[in-house]
Design a protein around this ligand. Sequence first.
Ligand code: ASP
Length: 557
Amino acid sequence: KIDMLDFISNEKRTHYAGNLQKTNVGETVTVMGWVHRRRDLGGLIFIDLREVSGTVQIVFNPENEEVHAKAGKLRNEYVIAVTGKILAREGGNINRNMTTGEIEIEAKSLLLLNKSEPLPVQINENVLADENLRLKYRYLDLRREKLKNILLLRHEIVSAIREFLTAERFFEIETPVLMKSTPEGARDYLVPSRVHNGKFFALPQSPQIYKQLLMIGGFDRYFQIARCFRDEDLRADRQPEFTQLDMEMSFVTQAEIFDIMERLFKFIFKKTINVDLQIPFPQLPYKESMRRFGCDKPDCRFGMELIDLSEIVANSEFKVFSGALQNAGSVRCVVAKDCATYSRKQIDGLTDIAKHLGGKGLAFVKYQEGDLQAGISKFLSDEEKKNIIKKSGAENGDLILFAADSNKIVFKVLAEIRNHFGRELKLYNPKEYNIVWITDFPLFEYNDDANRWETAHHMFTLPKKEHLKYFDNEADYAKIEGQLYDMVCNGMELSSGSIRCHNIDIQRKIFDVLGFAEEELNDKFGFFLNALKYGTPPHGGIAPGIDRMIMIMTGAE
Ligand code: ASP
């Protein structure tokens, strides 16, 4: 039996609830939304009506008997339409916490558009339900103010992107989602074809090849709010599908791309969250970033940089140090300010981090009473101690943590330890947005497990002109740097991009290094190599991750 509600109604909404102001006093309006809160004061009934624009207070007077009786039956999250007159609230009745707190609606009529069962998750901000439950009832969780605001901000950011790029003569163009694979270093998602038995479409890891084809097609400047799919293991900042602002430009230099991106970000931050970004963003060559921070996505909001002690301990009696150096590794440290008081247990925690990352352990000393004590101090000569103090800049009360291993492990471990202390010691201002460019990446990296060369970013990147000579000799491949760049914000990679190979011979050389056999090359990239033959303009691009951007801008995890 159908409960006779008012749900089939032709009532028209006249106003958004959250927009009502003192200037509307005296008007008769119709608002629609959910019963957010209900207070029954015996005589008067107060309802906070909520919808996307905000909340407004509605008052039901007992004199209006029929409507008042109906209001008495309302429960949280019932959906209603109310017509009534806007009254000004006076003195102590004004609610400064509500944007509509200076007015209320005196109800003349009430329609019950739908009922709601008691909610399985509360949408009260103060008592957050378990996350699994919130995800199961995502549509209810989205009614929460905080989540709503994040999605609305996302809309504003995307609108700002469109506004800015359109003014800069970019064209928004869509590219296919059921496609031929564009390798970007991850695994493809595949979709079986019904028509071509036994064959599969790939979902795009990014529209990389398409955007390059658009440049060959003469479109000059392209962008797309593009969905990308990568079948990768999940991590805190990774998910199977994500959205990029995908961009590509013809006849463009790296410096011009940086300039456009800096102005774009400045525009977005100002327009949507009223934050003034300082531009241009600093540039940090890859090698320097590794040396100072141990990684290519450094959080530059704080110091605690890595210090190379290799020279100082080259001939140390302490075999862990000298051994690492004999194996072409290094010995480096970080200094944790005022942490000499760390307990055994706390230091064990740090050692676990190091081991988890493939390190053998984490050596430490405490700078106390004017001397390096505890940990590995007994293995160090006085001379070594003196030099370590001098080079590291450590002071009384500090804890020094060492990694001695291959450079790869040393960097990995100390970068993570540094980030750990950044959080633990609150070394940065969580409200700061620190954006840096990382430049001059190597084009290739050797994959020891697979025994082959791989590209550090992707295989369509133009090498530096002065490094073309290194293609002649495999021993030199690691020296080849590409016109490759990342934009990093607060330790998170926000965008990657590059100037592309528009020359077929260089593109072929890159495929050679990667070890493609002719047949495989033709099968996978024949169409693309073919396209490069017909007057391809110089071009380059970049693709900021929109989800990560929103995470950073809203402080979400
Ligand atoms: N397609 C690249 C990526 O998804 C971005 C680019 O180089 O423009 O990382």
